[in-house]
Design a protein around this ligand. Structure first.
Ligand SMILES: Cc1cc2nc3c(=O)[nH]c(=O)nc-3n(C[C@H](O)[C@H](O)[C@H](O)COP(=O)(O)O)c2cc1C
Ligand SMILES: CCCCC(=O)C(=O)O
Length: 356
């Protein structure tokens, strides 16, 4: 397949329509959902000439985790709704691609099994773990310990979901529960024996409207791993993140699934990059579908980008192979755009190369 749009079309044919809507949809009028993609279409690239290289190097290290390219896998929930192999397939494909997979706390596969699958594909896979900090902090800590034991290398706390956004497609489809046989496995039987048989119990994920900077400090006190926050859109919050010793931020509007009518992430990136001033790595997600999208984000100050839905489309269309194809398509597309912009390394891209 030649584009992410073709993967989405293939995925749509295979998926239960309610599940397709869950993956594709956004909050309310889906203004932000559309804006994330359309904002890139308004930006123009200005290439530099006569300074390229035959040998381009896309690799980087983010907070100690190496990645073969600055395109990571954003955390998305419920991969077994997309394909029976679910997160195991995603993990193998990401590890084989040498990129960082941010595993969703709401995965339908246990983190231990995800990590084992990733290690089958690469000796030292780059796994990060996304957290919805639970109001029950003891319970949150148990999840943290479990993810650490599985070998994750960073925690990404999602901060844009004090309550869950209202997705009207899900309401219309009455999609509010996983089908029988699927569960949020990272919340099963914590503190108990995992092979608990009849005692097997999965807690519900609770959104924490009371989350504040003290909780971030609490988490930093509980783990030696880097703690990032995901879902920053305001420059002042980016400054506060630096102030509170956060390791990195993800500029994200949750793929347009939380507060509708917030701006496209690419449109707030310049002010956030300026506020952070290089003090910590800035990641961005939302609407990245082409190599040129990633080039624009890196030029405007992101250290890396992440993709959510494209990976789900690859998974639904073709399991592990489909995810591999999506990641290699994005890599090739990005490499070509970088070459055409006159860059040898992502860091060669500069803000003056993007025009509105
Ligand atoms: C189906 C789906 C499930 C998601 N689940 C999570 C999640 O569990 N945790 C989280 O922090 N973000 C979640 N996100 C948001 C993504 O991490 C990411 O911010 C977003 O998908 C990026 O936009 P894109 O899909 O346009 O690439 C989800 C997004 C989608 C589409
Ligand atoms: C309780 C799981 C929420 C998953 C999520 O973040 C999303 O669907 O956007």
């Amino acid at each position: 397949m030649r584009s992410i749009a073709e993967f989405e079309a293939a995925a749509r044919e295979r998926l239960d329509p309610a599940h397709y809507d869950y993956f594709a949809g956004g909050a309310q009028d889906e203004i932000t959902l559309r804006e994330n993609e359309s904002a890139y279409k308004r930006l123009r690239l200005i290439p530099r000439v006569l300074r390229g290289s035959d040998k381009r190097d896309l690799s980087l290290t983010l907070l100690g985790t190496p990645s073969s390219m600055p395109i990571l896998v954003a955390p998305t929930a419920f991969h077994r709704l997309a394909h029976p192999d679910g997160e195991l397939a995603t993990a193998k494909a990401a590890a084989r691609a040498g990129t960082i997979l941010i595993v969703s706390m709401a995965a339908t596969t246990a983190i231990e099994d995800i990590a084992a699958a990733a290690r089958e594909a690469a000796p030292d896979p780059g796994l990060w773990f996304q957290l919805y900090l639970q109001p029950d902090l003891e319970f949150s800590e148990a999840i943290v310990r479990r993810a650490e034991a599985a070998g994750v290398k960073a925690f990404v706390v999602t901060v844009d979901s004090p309550v869950l956004g209202r997705r009207e497609r899900d309401d219309r489809n009455a999609f509010h529960d996983l089908p029988p046989g699927l569960a949020v496995e990272n919340l099963r039987n914590l503190g108990e024996n995992r092979s608990g048989g009849n005692a097997s119990h999965v807690r519900e994920i609770v959104m924490s409207a009371g989350l504040n900077w003290d909780h971030i400090a609490w988490l930093r006190g509980k783990t030696k791993l880097p703690v990032l926050i995901k879902g920053v859109l305001h420059a002042e919050d980016a400054r506060l993140a630096v102030h509170h010793g956060v390791a990195g931020i993800v500029v994200s509007n949750h793929g347009g699934r939380q507060l509708d009518t917030v701006p496209a992430t690419i449109d707030v990136l310049p002010e956030i990059a300026a506020a952070v001033g290089g003090a910590l790595p800035v990641l961005l997600d939302g609407g990245i579908r082409r190599g040129t999208d990633a080039v624009k984000a890196l030029a405007l100050g992101a250290d890396a980008v992440a993709v959510g839905r494209p990976v789900v489309w690859g998974l639904a269309a073709g399991g592990r192979e489909g995810v591999s194809e999506v990641l290699e398509l994005l890599r090739a597309d990005f490499d070509q755009a970088l070459a055409l912009c006159g860059g040898r390394h992502p860091a060669d891209l500069t803000p003056d190369q993007v025009r509105r």
